[in-house]
Design a protein around this ligand. Sequence first.
Ligand SMILES: *Cc1c(COP(=O)(O)O)cnc(C)c1O
Length: 494
Amino acid sequence: MRYISTRDNTIQYSAAQAISQGLAKDGGLLTPCYIPKLPGKALEDMLGMAYQQRAVYIMKMFLEEFTVKELTDFAGAAYGPDKFDTPAVAPVRAVDGNTHCLELWHGPTCAFKDMALQMLPHLLTASLSKTEEDKTVCILVATSGDTGKGALEGFKNVPRTKILVFYPKDGVSEVQQLQMVTQEGDNVGVAAVVGNFDDAQTGVKRLFSDGAVRQELADQGYFFSSANSINWGRVLPQLVYYISAYCDLLRDGKLAPGQSVNICVPTGNFGNILAAYYAREMGLPIDQLICASNSNNVLTDFIREGVYDRNRQFYTTMSPSMDILISSNLERLLYALTGDSAEVRGYMDQLGETGRYQVSGRVKDKLQKCFKGYFCDDRETQRVIRSMYDKHGYLIDTHTAVAFSALEQYRRETGDDTTAVVASTASPFKFCASVLEALGETAPAHGLDALDQLSAKTGLPAPAPLAGLRDKQVRFTQVVEKDRMVDAVRSLLG
Ligand SMILES: *Cc1c(COP(=O)(O)O)cnc(C)c1O
């Protein structure tokens, strides 16, 4: 399987090259040149398999240069009992007769980023060996919360890697900050940046493109890479759980062979729902993909009108991981819909120049055939949390609530009550204060006290990795100005 740039399909890489480089030289995203079809008996074959085996089965179809033995070792290490609090790894919970919730937050950081970030380090280090890269990789991450911690947990103590995470000093929740500054491992670094998320993100991009810094690193035996969701090694592990969920529903008699489902995903950077689209392309019987957004509803408008326009107000919401106006992975969908890298490059050039592009009528028709877009605001998010809890005794986080609202709107508007699977992307305990308020409680001033209060209110235990934060030592206190982020790099590598 070859990987091509979404902006120039004459640029071709092997899987290992695609994963170790992260991004194509021309700024495009590296994407498989075709999506393989699931063999006829695949779903049946996978019914009796554990999640780890299903992961090997599916990933192998995209990673010819990796052996089954390698992938089996990776899946065992990534999704083992020391990492995930349930042997199902990504369990499907029934909400009612035709609504199921795919819980993607049973990993070490309690958000769905673990599903990919536990696998990526294995894929990346193996890719470095396969491409005979002899330097140590230094992963830089700018985070607004979940990705940073997910990447730190994934890469901690991984040989031949160092990881450095920058978070905005006053821009993350108390729980998220504690999760990062108490991070264990001897190859990790964490620094607060004086500024907001954009400052941190811009600073990281500047480090990536600073020739002098790169040379200084190379002299010490390092090179920079990225762990964000533009890397194919982060998208691929996400295909697995959609296929696995379908197998679970088949196994449990909730679906008949061949029966269609709709999938609803709370969306930010478009990585998670893109994985569902690829699973559909592989032949998984998915009918509609419902793309759920919060007030930053740039994707809702795009799906409805075929116009992507980031020139709009940015809202800070209670589902912060979806507060995003440029959904990077949409570029991969555009390539899949057009099959034309020159057309994609045209759209991306316009996005860079004017912040806006309009797709052709043909692309819009294809898009609307399988995608539906809905959004909701914070009030509606809290209403849904309350109503799910009251009606079904099921506690969900703010991001998942946005998805349930979208599904409700879709069903009301279309009358289509096809069995639906909703992706649940974070533990409700990660967004305690908003969840408590939704249940009519006043959240305490301190983040960790809110964990106890939510436990007391619901009778549910807080996930161990969050409850355990109280006893952890703070290891990282470095604060850097936004134009001095290189100091943090030097203190990690020096
Ligand atoms: C990252 C994240 C999302 C958005 O996922 P994308 O793949 O970026 O669309 C949704 N919910 C939570 C909790 C997240 O951490």
